[in-house]
Design a protein around this ligand. Structure first.
Ligand code: IPE
Ligand code: IPE
Ligand code: MG
Length: 261
């Protein structure tokens, strides 16, 4: 039995806590291929993928990961067949309704990034409802990127800045990175440390283009519906072995302190 103030043992005891990423962003890819391999409709792949979302949330919490951003529907995904889009939208509503109370109980705060105007109102209402219901909790934050496109996010920030220049609030010569970053969808959330992509594709598909400038990238061939706690642990172990330099030189003290990978 653990006393209430004693921390529980880490599920990843070989990774020191300071090497756990604070923010993990995931491009959840491969639902269609998962379904196709089983002779099922693509919508079944998306349903199976929703179960992996739950598994990852549950696995992140005891590790001390503070932010998870999940790429759930891109602005480019509107080019898919209507049937598939309808299934994805319905799944989003069902997911928000089904998970709302357990997210509140577990203290997981939900945020939504993306174009709010462009979503059908039942989906927007369901997302805003779960955002509001969890707004007060203090645990990790789950950011859902839905109807999201990285370039559009930067264009939107540019437009907001231009409005502030026009109204005299900002002088164009003063514009800096901080001013752009503060006009992104979730300016208070730190940039991802680790970007995971499932299903093997080596591209970022218009995801968090501004925020991933120095993220470490881990690509796994595992399809998203098969992604389990062990895959998350593999990604974090991989990240923990990386030497982040941010354009500088490696810190010799840091490398001598690190466990061999
Ligand atoms: C990711 O899986 C989910 C969404 C983009 C909504 P895909 O549907 O892209 O799966 P594949 O890439 O076709 O296997
Ligand atoms: C990226 O996956 C979008 C999401 C995971 C929501 P896609 O399957 O849409 O990306 P591409 O088309 O392979 O680049
Ligand atoms: Mg895909």
């Amino acid at each position: 039995m653990h006393r209430s103030r004693e921390p529980l043992p880490s599920p990843l005891p070989d990774v020191p806590w300071e090497r756990i990423p604070r923010h993990i962003a995931i491009i959840m890819d491969g639902n269609g291929r998962w379904a196709q391999a089983r002779g099922l409709p693509r919508s079944e792949g998306h349903r199976a993928g929703a179960k992996s979302v739950r598994a990852v949330i549950t696995a992140c919490k005891p590790l001390g990961v503070r932010f998870m951003t999940l790429y759930s529907f891109s602005a480019e995904n509107w080019t898919r067949p209507k049937e598939e889009i309808d299934a994805l939208m319905e799944l989003c509503v069902l997911y928000c309704r089904a998970e709302r109370d357990s997210l509140v109980a577990e203290g997981i705060r939900v945020r939504w990034i993306g174009d709010r105007e462009g979503l059908p109102s039942p989906v927007r209402d369901a997302l805003e409802d779960v955002e509001q219901a969890t707004a007060h909790v203090t645990g990790p934050t789950l950011v859902l990127a839905i109807n999201y496109a990285g370039r559009s996010e930067i264009v939107r920030a540019a437009r907001l800045l231009a409005q502030d220049v026009e109204s005299g609030l900002v002088c164009s010569s003063e514009i800096d990175e901080r001013m752009v970053a503060s006009r992104l969808f979730a300016p208070d959330i730190p940039d991802p440390d680790l970007l995971v992509r499932t299903a093997g594709e080596m591209r970022v598909s218009n995801f968090l283009l501004w925020q991933i400038s120095y993220a470490e990238i881990h690509v796994t061939r595992t399809l998203w519906p098969d992604f389990a706690e062990s895959d998350l642990h593999t990604a974090i172990r991989d990240y923990a072995c990386r030497q982040r330099k941010f354009g500088g030189l490696p810190d010799p003290l840091a490398s001598s302190r690190r466990e061999p990978c």
